[in-house]
Design a protein around this ligand. Structure first.
Ligand code: UDP
Length: 255
């Protein structure tokens, strides 16, 4: 299926949710086209947990379905597509965001970093400036707001700084909702990416999984073993997701 968002990009569907498929370069080029056309674009890094939350909360589900770019971040998404003969590599949101940061640094495009604990946000800003010389971070703020008013004021301050890329690390579903709610107040064409725990990694305060875990699509296993509070979330969503995928596949095989 071709995406209506970008004719050159393939779109596959997992349980009615779109997943856009292209090389990293192709995905970035399509965002570039959108920026040049003056559009705001929301990038979602889809995993089964988000998808199942979208099934429970239809407003959130609609938000995921209307995103401009949906990346196959979760191993479960890759698995669901593989069952239908579609073989693709995971596109981890953190790696895709790093590619965007490198591009922003090269081209002098301003970025903003919103979210995480204050010390984490500060350390991430410092480290990213070192990793990507020339990176212009025009706005950075932690993600713990005292009130709805403060949340809106910070969004306005972020918009006033006129970034072209905004990385939002508030966790799911807050980051996606923040993007949906505030993107219209940004005056420059902007790419918004919900990046979950990426600032924690960029700050150096947490480590990503060993490369072997990444190679075998087992980053989720590393995360639940190193942060046991995640086990409950995974237990609650992964079996239902897998059953739904298997059920849908068996129905389409018999029809
Ligand atoms: N966070 C935040 N404000 C909040 C709740 C969370 O800034 O009110 C941050 C948190 O400090 C962490 C990130 O959001 O840096 C969420 O990371 P997590 O790995 O839990 O994200 P997810 O699993 O949702 O991708």
């Amino acid at each position: 299926m071709r995406s209506s968002y970008n004719e050159a990009m393939q779109t596959h569907v997992v349980l009615d949710y779109p997943v856009h498929v292209d090389s990293s370069e192709g995905l970035i080029a399509s965002l570039d086209k959108g920026l040049q056309a003056g559009r705001h674009q929301h990038v979602v890094t889809l995993n089964p947990e988000m998808l199942m939350f979208g099934e429970q909360d239809k407003t959130f589900g609609a938000l995921l379905k209307s995103a401009d770019l949906v990346l196959p971040d979760g191993a479960g998404i890759v698995w669901a597509l593989k069952r239908r003969g579609i073989h693709l590599k995971r596109v981890p949101g953190i790696e895709f965001s790093q590619a965007l940061l490198a591009k922003a640094a090269r081209e002098g495009l301003p970025v903003a970093l919103l979210g995480a604990q204050p010390d984490v946000n500060e350390a991430a800003v410092k480290n990213l400036k070192q990793t990507y010389p020339g990176l212009t971070i025009v706005y950075a703020h932690h993600g713990f707001f005292a009130s709805a008013e403060e949340r809106a004021q910070i969004a306005q301050a972020c918009a006033d700084a006129r970034p072209n890329y905004v990385f939002v690390a508030l966790g799911v579903p807050h980051q996606e909702r923040w993007i949906q709610e505030f993107k219209a107040i940004f005056q420059e064409p902007t790419v918004f990416v919900g990046v979950g725990g990426s600032f924690d990694i960029w700050s150096g305060l947490k480590q990503r999984a060993h490369p072997l875990f990444l190679k075998w699509h087992l980053e989720w296993l590393y995360r639940i073993t190193s942060e046991p509070f995640r086990i409950k979330r995974v237990y609650k969503t992964l079996p239902t997701f897998a059953l739904k995928v298997l059920f849908q596949d068996s129905r389409s095989a018999s029809s």
